[in-house]
Design a binder for this molecule. Structure first.
Ligand code: SF4
Length: 196
């Protein structure tokens, strides 16, 4: 649990507004690449919401929490139950040295309940990309299986995640300085919502 739970959420609203600007930039770049490929995600059996994603910023933790707070109160106990089940199944998979393949508790009938507030990794998934990490050089990663099936033969469209990561890191630093927090973040959606 973050020390930030005890702090005034309102204090961070301007930073979450800046996060929205970064997301808008990401979405625009993603859409340009998707348009080039003619790629439109309409769901698939290997849904990316089944992937065991970790989220690494306090910024996104707060933004997802903001999205969660806007959901109908009636459905929250069920979502928490689903989150606990996800944690249980993930632990089981870990014990058996398998990869957990469990649906995110915020996915309801194929739709994301917090779509507007979804984190970076959910926004960027699916399309081939490159990333330039200091000291590690440029690494290129393929798109998802559905992308490979539908658009895999098309020539690569440069989709560089580096500027997004740099902007996110800068804003995260600002947030942590404002909150006087140096705690590292590494949480799944399920781990987040069991506490809310
Ligand atoms: S937050 Fe939304 S988009 Fe991301 S994995 Fe969960 S349901 Fe899917």
């Amino acid at each position: 649990m973050f020390k930030i739970e005890k702090l005034q959420f309102n204090k961070f609203i301007p930073l979450l507004d800046k996060l929205e600007e970064i997301y808008a930039y990401m979405d625009e770049q993603y859409n340009q690449a998707a348009e080039y490929y003619g790629f439109k995600c309409t769901g698939c059996t290997d849904n990316c919401c089944l992937t065991h994603f970790y989220h690494h910023t306090l910024l996104e933790y707060l933004y997802i929490r903001k999205g969660f707070s806007k959901l109908n109160t009636n459905i929250k106990p069920d979502l928490k139950k689903k989150a606990l089940n996800v944690l249980r199944l993930t632990e089981e998979a870990d014990k058996n040295k398998k990869t957990a393949h469990v649906m995110c508790p915020l996915n309801l009938d194929g739709l994301c309940l917090i779509y507007h507030f979804r984190p970076m990794i959910c926004r960027l998934h699916g399309i081939p990309h490159e990333l330039n990490r200091p000291g590690r050089g440029i690494t290129c990663s393929p798109g998802c299986d559905e992308f490979a099936k539908l658009c895999g033969l098309k020539e690569y469209f440069k989709f560089d995640r580096t500027p997004f990561y740099i902007k996110m890191a800068g804003l995260e630093k600002e947030l942590k300085e404002t909150a006087e927090i140096d705690q590292k973040t590494k949480m799944t959606i399920a781990e987040m919502i069991i506490n809310w």
